[in-house]
Design a protein around this ligand. Sequence first.
Ligand code: SAM
Length: 709
Amino acid sequence: MLAPIVKGPMALIETLISQIPDPALREALAREVGDLKKRLNWGLVFERHLPESTRLLSAPIKVGTVVWERRSAKPRRFRVRAIEGTTLAVTPEARGEIAAADALTIRIGRSDVLIEEDLALPVFPTLTSLGAVRNGPPGRASHAVVCGENYHAIEALLAACEEQVDVLYLDPPYNTGDRDWAYNNDYVDPNDQWRPSKWLAFMERRLRLGRRLLKPDGVMVVTIDEHEVHHLGMLLEQMFPEARLQMASIVINSTGQNRVGGLARVDEQAFFCFFGNAPAPVGNGDDLLSPESKVADQVVRWERLIRGGPSSGRTGHPGTFYPVLIDEASRRVVGVGDLLLEGDPDLTAKIDGWTAAWPMRGDGSHGRWRIGPTKLKGLIERGYVRLGSFDRTRNTWTIMYIADSTASLIEKGAIRVVGRDGNDVVQLERADDKPSSVKTIWNRSRHAAGVYGSALLADFLGERNQFSFPKSLYAVRDTLEILTHDKPNALVLDFFAGSGTTLHATMLLNAEDDGSRRCVLVTNNEVKDAISKHLVAEGYFRGDPEFEAAGVFEAACRPRVTAAVTGIRPDGQPVAGTYLDGREYSEGFPENVEFFRLDYQDPAAIEFGMRFAEFHPLLWLMAGGFGEREAIDPRASYALPAGSPYGVLFEPGGMPGLLAALAHRSDVTHVFVVADSESSFADLASALPQVRVVHLYRAYLETMRGAVS
Ligand SMILES: C[S@@+](CC[C@H](N)C(=O)[O-])C[C@H]1O[C@@H](n2cnc3c(N)ncnc32)[C@H](O)[C@@H]1O
């Protein structure tokens, strides 16, 4: 009798095979079908092999390189035949064709072409600094913002932070059909029959490579809307079967966006891929769904006593310039000293035997505390004042206190005093701080993209419409909070960074909980389709300053991040407004951020050690991005910059000097060793057991060669 037949093509075949009486034939067929199954694609099927290329403003050019006219509305494609100094001899060549050997050769300036780079071929990207904004202690790790093609930037970052990222937060183009993203240099047309396929291929490449940056226990978040939500869900399921995959719906516009003949859309989605033993998200008392009125908006919050922002000077505020007395040994705030109505304080003098913290600003000028001495004394007695960390920029201690808004929540019972530490300082928790799990539907007015995305961005830039559809700052903040609640040093990466909301949210969260999370952003300098057409019609092309100034990095990301850190808008005005926790925008954040451009190197020059300066930022990033990079002379036998936790060994003969210098440097975590061969590297590395040793430039070249799609 036949066994019951299980439906589904493969199950059906297996059932039929199981009924073959001849055991040898049955086993042979089962084996073949088993092999076939391993190779079959289930689920999402799309065209993976579309070539993807990008056009670069500057990259090494060789004979055979494909280049495009830069200064043309309808650029021609050329193949380079010869290089004559700054001039290229090129022949026109359509895609898919090979120009005849005697084809017409024309001459074009090197700076008048864009270089086509096929993503399937290795490139050798490095980071070139575009400047930094420093408002934090010099030793505090910098955030990094990279401008460039993200596929190549991920490759570069693989060299610096493979498997180091805690949270990968990605907000890719949504493929709405609104010419909102570019593939092979062109905005994808709504009528392009390959549009969904191209988007999936584009995403798959970047997700596959980006995943390698994540820690084994990291979390990847990808946001999306109705246009690609189902495809993306299947893609993630297919690519990362080992991950725990969940989707949250986030209300971003409760008014609703009407859809012809359909429902009004109020939400977008975020996929959460939890890898390995990634801890469960922690809700900090807010499940993000319960009625908002029941959940106090304020978080438990300690404020910095020093006033920030442009109006934080001593002048005109005589009642807020006084010393706070500290017992450094027990890390206790013991009291306050007398007001100093005029003159300079003696910053190092002890007062009544205690260390004095003065309201000094980062530039050495006199600032002021937020409250007067009598009030602060009362707060100290109640256990509402605690010692923060030593601030190396201000060269004094940070004092933290409980402001009136939080004190009134304590009185109302919305925040509970759950204990006191050894210095009698209160330990606080929200009254509803149960280990609440965050829900899969988020309904919070602070996630509105209009108010806390576009309008907030305009507040920081001082002008509107510089960027379409930024995320609500608080939607990203809440995502990062639930994922890094217990990881105040987490590394966050976003390689679809747009206007830089993810970095802004990271800094806000750090300010709220005194964290040191670090963020790396990548965005291109894409110019919106309509603006780009307008600029081209006016005679401005990619690479021209007028054109580049309109791109997302230049017009939105860099100025927004700078304004968030300094509290000053690009027009020089203080940013007006307050964060939801009452902190003023103009206070800025005590953080450092460095901006970079992605550049491309010739691998031969790297191999011969001729590109150390270009390489240096990657090494600095690899060692945690601490401090300002000091110039290093690669002609020396070794280098150990004073303010950075890494060293470089350029020649084996430098080893005794390096070892002697390292004996006084317990902060050093990385040593980069230039060595010709694996065996000489192994020998040298064995002398450096206490630090991570990296083989220059071999490790980098191998990573780049192995990273191609
Ligand atoms: C949806 S937006 C991200 C918005 C961002 N979350 C915010 O709040 O501002 C996607 C961004 O990715 C950038 N982008 C798209 N393709 C890219 C690529 N291949 N390399 C680098 N950036 C890219 C676009 O310029 C765009 O700004």
